[in-house]
Design a protein around this ligand. Sequence first.
Ligand code: GRF
Length: 186
Amino acid sequence: TKIALFASGNGSNVQAIIDAIEQKKLNAAVELVVCDKPNAFVIERAKNAGIDVFSFQAKSFSSKEEYEKIICEKLEEKGIEWIILAGYMRLIGKVLLSAYEKKIINIHPSLLPAFPGKDAVGQAVEYGVKVMGVTIHYVDEGMDTGPIIAQESFAVSEEMDKVQIEKQIHSIEHKLYPSTLQQLFT
Ligand code: GRF
């Protein structure tokens, strides 16, 4: 299964997917990493793994439609079948949604539909929730909306601070994303 990974930042989930493929836990090929931040660490990770990168700056285009058309061309050139968002901090627009219907997946660090949007963990900590988790879902035009594919929760103990909670979330994500994708692709 040919996939493209979209990311904006550190890319630890991108790394987890690359590693799972190498360890034969995930039967897929990452043909392209798409990144909207030219200095993001994820670009380095992709290069180290020998994966092609398409990086762009949204402000160089007049609209989302404009840059998504270019992305779409790159994806089609490479025969991409699925788009996997991993910390990609932009809403997906109609160009990509219609070209990849039900083939775009996202991971979000909360038990959706609670705490969509930015800093989900911060929002959840602020609220004092005692159960947190991770959601993998199909992408639609909304912000962290779309049918849920998988979730994993954990209990938040009294002594956990935000840093520990984030660590826990990442360790869940790095296993749940590859295993969920493997199920989707088979
Ligand atoms: C993850 O927590 C993911 O759930 C969210 O953005 C974060 C990306 O982290 N959508 P990383 O760049 O994969 O390390």
